[in-house]
Design a protein around this ligand. Structure first.
Ligand code: GCU
Length: 605
């Protein structure tokens, strides 16, 4: 099995260990001979660590002892002080959503095939699943949603005839404190004998109630159901003229007796927009729909909101929903799978971006942190060996949303590669900078969607311009962007007053979001004195040069094999990709604007 941040543990967890405390003792003993454990069942997921002489003491709840053991191992291996006092995860729900299909493919997966599905059946190596449980537990991830939010057949049977298989998988992960969640299809009752899935029809509610009973009987600790409804052609309550609260609450009542949750995704917009229609603005959609329903969701419903109002773009403002749903439990959804951020070919460490987003949202407004997974059957789990940093950091952020990105990235590096100090500096700053670099050569100033349609890798500045997805930049010979102020689509008005004013004023709006909120002429003077077009050119030249520098730096690092060769091969592709982005994007804007580059660099006019 390949190197992960758990490489410091040489032995796999023996199959006969079936409790978190048993696993905790085994794992800790691999790193330190003298560790005592005290189980305090009422502590749940909490733990505390102490050192006396050379001996350590871990006190913790049922899963807390395991988290404590991993925290101890991390601290010893990285040469860091033990955390002081009782440690409790900030969010009780720390979930990884896997977009695995039962045919073995993974939607937007870049690390090989599914770890648990193949040929419409469960198919896995139990040892690998135990190793997965161990990885997740070691960073505190406690819920795994195993199937794609787009529930294709036969995944509906996961809550039905396939339950015995789900039960087996749940049993493997349970000792690691990892519970399962299942994505369901809102129209399931109709596919099972009823003539409707109307959430207000008593037969439908009864169907779900009976269904939930059956499911929780088999898997009593199932965390709940994840629902993508009325989104990108998935069925939902709007078909029956019902609200999302009515739909979600009906399901919530069915699962409440078992302590289950309904995680309801807020990724809802018109995906059949006519590009000629300039009044509909996709970023407005979710707020328009959900804000009026604030306060009407049941207690066990969590509204899962993607971090930005579009769709996991490199740079988006925080979704205004995070600031507009004070009476609803909400979760922020990140995406570890690098759909728009380089397909795990380009290096893109996400922690700095999460820091910005969580600071803007305010950690206390959220009740869970969720991420679309980046795992697959590839030997190294995440395709690019460095993409594991995102899984690792996500766990740390979900446990402690005040997490410092650089500390987390450095910790991952120490546990995974433990490079000499000067190399560590180079590598950590490479990762810290990687998002900025990617942003510079791909997405100018908050303009989104300049990617190849469908695959979402590589440049295509007009690729989405005439599509149905509500994803336009409206570049012409004079200007680029969409006016989203009150005079335009009104999107800025969805933010609280102060932010609305900031974003609505192009003189004050942060540079990196300028073209998200505004339509501006190419000769617009930026605050630093450059014109808008010059800034677009400069960013693309700078970003590409930075990617070339990263590649040169990577060659100097003694990353152990096979990771080094793999990372170099991928980064060579990244550099090629960055050049393509640079030249295509600059040429595109040059052809429209006719503006020469102030530095006379080559643009393919
Ligand atoms: C994106 C992605 C889809 C996915 C969807 C979602 O649009 O491209 O593959 O299904 O997000 O989050 O539901």
């Amino acid at each position: 099995m390949r190197r992960t941040w758990l490489g410091i543990l040489s032995k796999p967890v023996p199959g006969e260990l079936e409790t978190p405390s048993g696993i905790a003792a085994f794992e800790a003993a691999q790193v330190c001979p003298d560790v005592r454990f005290a189980l305090r069942e009422d502590w749940g997921e909490s733990y505390s660590l102490e050192k006396t002489g050379d001996a350590y003491a871990v006190t913790g709840g049922t899963t807390g002892v395991l988290y404590g053991a991993y925290a101890l191992i991390r601290a010893i291996a990285a040469g860091e002080p033990l955390p002081e006092g009782r440690q409790t995860p900030y969010y009780p729900l720390r979930m990884l959503d896997c977009w695995d299909n039962m045919d073995g493919t993974i939607e937007r997966g870049y690390s090989g095939r599914s770890l648990w599905f193949e040929d419409d059946e469960f198919s896995y190596d139990p040892e690998r699943i135990r190793q997965l449980g161990r990885m997740l537990a070691s960073v505190g991830i406690n819920v795994l949603c195993i199937n794609n939010v787009n529930v294709h057949q036969p995944a509906q049977h996961l809550t039905d005839s396939l339950l015995p298989e789900v039960k087996k998988l749940a049993a493997i992960l349970r000792p690691f404190g990892v519970r399962l969640m299942l994505s369901i299809d809102f129209s399931q009752p109709m596919q099972n004998g009823l003539d409707t899935s109307d959430p207000l029809d008593p037969r439908v509610e009864e169907w779900w109630t009976e269904h939930a009973e059956k499911v929780w009987q088999e898997i009593p600790d199932l965390a709940g159901f994840l629902v993508k409804a009325d989104s990108e052609h998935r069925p939902g309550p709007s078909v029956y003229g019902r609200t999302h609260a009515q739909g979600a609450n009906m399901l919530a009542r069915a699962v409440a007796p078992f302590g289950g949750k309904i995680v309801w995704r807020a990724f809802v917009y018109n995906c059949l927009q006519d590009w000629r229609d300039t009044t509909t603005d996709r970023p407005c959609a979710a707020y328009d729909l959900y804000h009026p329903q604030d306060g009407s969701f049941d207690n066990n419903v969590i509204l899962q909101i993607k971090y930005g109002p579009y769709d996991f773009q490199v740079r988006e403002p925080l979704s205004p929903l995070f600031l507009g749903m004070p009476r609803t439990s909400i979760a922020m959804e990140m995406q570890l799978a690098q759909e728009y951020t380089g397909h795990q070919i380009d290096v893109y460490a996400m922690a700095p971006m999460w820091r910005e987003l969580l600071d803007q949202a305010g950690k206390e407004k959220l009740s869970a942190l969720v991420a679309v997974g980046n795992l697959g059957r590839d030997d190294n789990w995440t395709g690019h060996p460095f993409a594991a940093v995102n899984l690792f950091c996500f766990g740390l952020f979900a446990w402690d949303p005040d997490c410092d990105p650089e500390t987390a990235i450095r910790l991952w590096e120490r546990l995974t590669y433990n490079l000499p100090a000067d190399q560590e500096e180079t590598f950590v700053s490479m990762l810290m900078n990687s998002r900025h670099v990617y942003e510079q050569y791909t997405a100018p100033l908050g303009l989104c969607w300049m990617v190849r349609p469908d695959i979402h890798y590589g440049p295509s500045p007009y690729g989405y311009e005439f599509q149905l997805w509500g994803t336009y930049n409206r570049a012409d010979r004079d200007a680029v962007g969409i006016d989203r102020t009150k005079k335009g689509t009104g999107f800025t008005e969805q933010y609280p007053k102060e932010l609305a004013q900031l974003y609505a004023d192009p003189e004050k709006c942060p540079d990196e979001l300028l073209l998200f909120f505004h339509r501006l002429p190419y000769d617009w003077k930026m605050r630093d004195g450059r014109t808008l077009i010059q800034r677009i050119y400069d960013d693309h030249f700078d970003g590409c040069a930075a990617a070339e520098k990263m590649y040169a730096e990577l060659k100097t690092l003694s990353i152990p094999e096979p990771d080094r060769t793999e990372a170099l091969q991928r980064m060579e592709r990244q550099v090629r990709n960055a050049r393509e982005w640079r030249d295509v994007t600059n040429t595109f804007f040059h052809r429209f604007s006719g503006a020469p580059d102030a530095h006379g660099r080559r643009i393919y006019a």
